[in-house]
Design a protein around this ligand. Structure first.
Ligand SMILES: Cc1cc2nc3c(=O)[nH]c(=O)nc-3n(C[C@H](O)[C@H](O)[C@H](O)COP(=O)(O)OP(=O)(O)OC[C@H]3O[C@@H](n4cnc5c(N)ncnc54)[C@H](O)[C@@H]3O)c2cc1C
Length: 589
């Protein structure tokens, strides 16, 4: 099956920063087809009927429970949604896979098992496997008969994954590799039948392998005692002279980093999407409780302080939703474009994920931080009940925290964002130079504010996005020049890099919101979400830009930078109380 979007946009990865997206040219979750709705309903029903009623039992890691639920997901075709039909899969489009990941995001710990299996566990074979490897493993993984896990992290190598010590040496007869070492924090390890393992061939060539569970010498550590996602299996995996047939080498010797990191692009996207599913559910719980709970003879939902929280949860979820489905539409289009050019399915997805690596990191960082915010405020809305394991929000709060740590910590992802743009710019794939030059000229002549274009539904916000991009190019241009003349070491100057990455995230998310609201009916609630988010975004961009300026710009230029940043981040003062109350009142209704 393949259900694609008709909304065409020619934007490729990172181009949102360079070009303006015309009004109406975005994909949003309002655009899903009837077929998409059926897929979403199947997942929602599974989560509501099969998973949530036994969430406590899953959290206690009742023997075989998660594995059995994964089998059921396999029977429903959910585990093979992204696998081509030739390997027994359902071959669904990118939007369908996004809807599934969002639905599964509400399933707590089980969503970690699902993501690890269908993402980082299965994709290395789909993208980098030989035909024989795909034929052998994908049907079993897609049906759920076999479960997969991904072994990259080691006790001494986490963020610095390429410094792994596990090694693989060719056996004397030249027919196998002998694996020795130890992996840590491996999701699904307790029930996985297959491990994607990264090891150093001859001690220094980072390489991927497919390792079957039953191999002699492969043993597991005890289940980790974790803060959250207690229902997901996380163990150490030990390899002691484990013999692996040489045909189980994945990709090329010494090219394991391509597998490890490219697969993580999709993994990060899926993680952000799961966060959306979890976050929407937790926000619903907040509304429900705020209406039921009475204090001072009235529902707590009547209080402005609580309305603020309900509204802010909605705003953040709405923006995350807009950002995710915009990106899903862009990636879906790109996959189809590459496929029409004759590229094979796995390669289309891989190349698309590589091209959109920046946006995938944005979704990971923003999604995980939205979920954390929403869960934290949900606990607060629930008061003491939020702190009790009897309710669902305490668990959600604990479960949420891991998302900022795995699939590349949020710090590493923020560092990657800017690094990626500078690398693309050096290769001539991202025209930073002319954008930065244009802003620099403006800076010298006094920055001009773009006129508001009345052809747009929301001219002020259109202008704001253009201005935020100017702030970004001003800072990136300066940082780039300083780095070239060795005045600045960008690897060392992490604090301003974080500031600039946050501006990039603000641009993508605010623009995604604007595009979605432009497309939708001009309801009062959408308008309130738009104005409130832009008001806050302008202040964040202002603060981050000033912080970066103070850290990297020469003092002689402070004046010019500060006055430009002030002008470019100016956004009309809003009655945010009125906006948020309007949003909250609609939710409460
Ligand atoms: C529950 C759970 C499940 C997991 N599942 C898997 C799995 O299935 N497969 C797998 O391979 N791994 C898995 N991991 C491992 C996970 O990906 C790592 O924990 C993560 O990459 C961080 O590595 P670390 O824990 O060694 O932290 P470290 O790398 O030691 O980082 C510690 C802190 O330092 C920061 N830091 C590190 N380097 C830098 C730098 N250069 N600049 C700035 N800050 C830096 C980090 O951002 C972090 O805040 C899992 C972890 C957990 C907890």
């Amino acid at each position: 099956m393949s259900t694609t979007t008709d909304i065409k946009s020619t934007l490729k990865g990172t181009e949102f920063l360079l070009n303006e997206t015309p009004q109406g040219q975005t994909y949003s979750s309002d655009d899903i087809t009837e077929e998409h709705k059926m897929i979403k309903q199947t997942v929602d029903e599974f989560v509501n009927d099969k998973v949530l009623p036994i969430a406590l039992r899953i959290d206690k890691q009742e023997e075989g429970l998660s594995s059995k639920l994964m089998d059921e997901l396999g029977e429903l075709g959910i585990l093979s949604a992204h696998i081509p039909e030739s390997y027994g899969g359902m071959h669904m489009d990118f939007i369908s896979n996004t809807l599934i990941a969002e639905g599964m995001g509400a399933a707590g710990s089980l969503s970690v098992a699902y993501n690890a299996h269908t993402g980082i566990g299965m994709l290395p074979i789909l993208y980098y496997g030989t035909e024989a490897q795909k034929q052998k493993y994908l049907p079993k993984l897609g049906s759920g008969e076999w479960k997969a896990s991904y072994c990259l992290t080691e006790p001494s190598s986490g963020s610095d994954a390429l410094s792994a010590k596990t090694r693989a040496d060719m056996s004397e007869d030249g027919q196998s590799y002998i694996l020795n070492g130890q992996k840590m924090w491996i999701s699904n390890a307790g029930f996985a039948n297959l491990f994607i393992v990264f090891a150093q061939v001859d001690g220094d060539k980072f390489t991927g392998f497919i390792v079957e569970r039953e191999r002699e010498g492969l043993t597991l550590g005890a289940e980790e005692d974790k803060l959250g996602i207690k229902g997901s299996s996380t163990r150490q995996v030990f390899f002691e002279n484990v013999k692996i047939p040489k045909e189980n080498l994945l990709g090329e010797i010494g090219k394991g980093h391509l597998i490890a990191f490219n697969v993580l692009n999709i993994g990060r996207y899926k993680l952000g999407v799961s966060c959306l599913g979890g976050s929407k559910r937790v926000a619903q719980e907040s509304i429900k409780y705020a209406k039921e709970r009475k204090q001072f003879k009235q529902p707590i939902a009547n209080f402005g302080a609580i309305k603020f929280k309900l509204a802010e949860q909605k705003i953040k979820n709405y923006v995350l939703d807009a950002s995710i489905y915009r990106l899903a539409g862009l990636m879906d289009n790109r996959i189809n474009e590459l496929s029409a050019e004759g590229m094979i399915y796995g390669d289309c997805k891989l190349k698309t994920a590589e091209e959109f690596a920046l946006e995938c990191s944005i979704i990971k960082v923003f999604g995980s931080e939205v979920l954390d915010y929403v869960c934290d405020e949900a606990v607060q809305v629930h008061g003491g009940m939020g702190y009790s394991e009897e309710g669902v929000v305490a668990r959600a709060y604990r479960d949420s925290r891991i998302n900022r740590i795995f699939e590349g910590t949020n710090e590493i992802n923020r560092l990657l964002m800017l690094n990626l743009l500078f690398k693309k710019s050096m290769k001539g794939e991202f025209d930073l130079a002319s954008k930065a030059m244009a802003v620099q000229t403006e800076l010298m002549n006094g920055i001009s504010l773009n006129d508001e274009n009345e052809d747009y539904k929301f001219p002020i916000e259109r202008k704001a996005i253009k201005s935020f991009k100017k702030v970004l190019f001003m800072l990136m241009g300066y940082a780039g020049q300083q780095a070239m003349s060795k005045e600045l070491n960008l690897k060392e100057a992490q604090e301003p890099v974080m500031n600039i990455s946050d501006i990039i995230t603000d641009i993508f998310t605010a623009e995604s919101l604007l595009l979605r609201v432009e497309k939708s009916d001009e309801s009062e609630i959408n308008n309130a979400i738009l104005k409130t988010f832009f008001y806050d975004t302008a202040q964040r961009v202002y603060k981050n830009a000033l912080d970066a300026t103070g850290s990297i710009v020469d003092e002689s230029m402070f004046g010019a930078f500060i006055s430009s940043i002030k002008k470019l981040t100016k956004y009309p003062l809003q009655n945010t109380m009125k906006h948020r109350r309007l949003i909250a009142d609609q939710l409460i209704k």
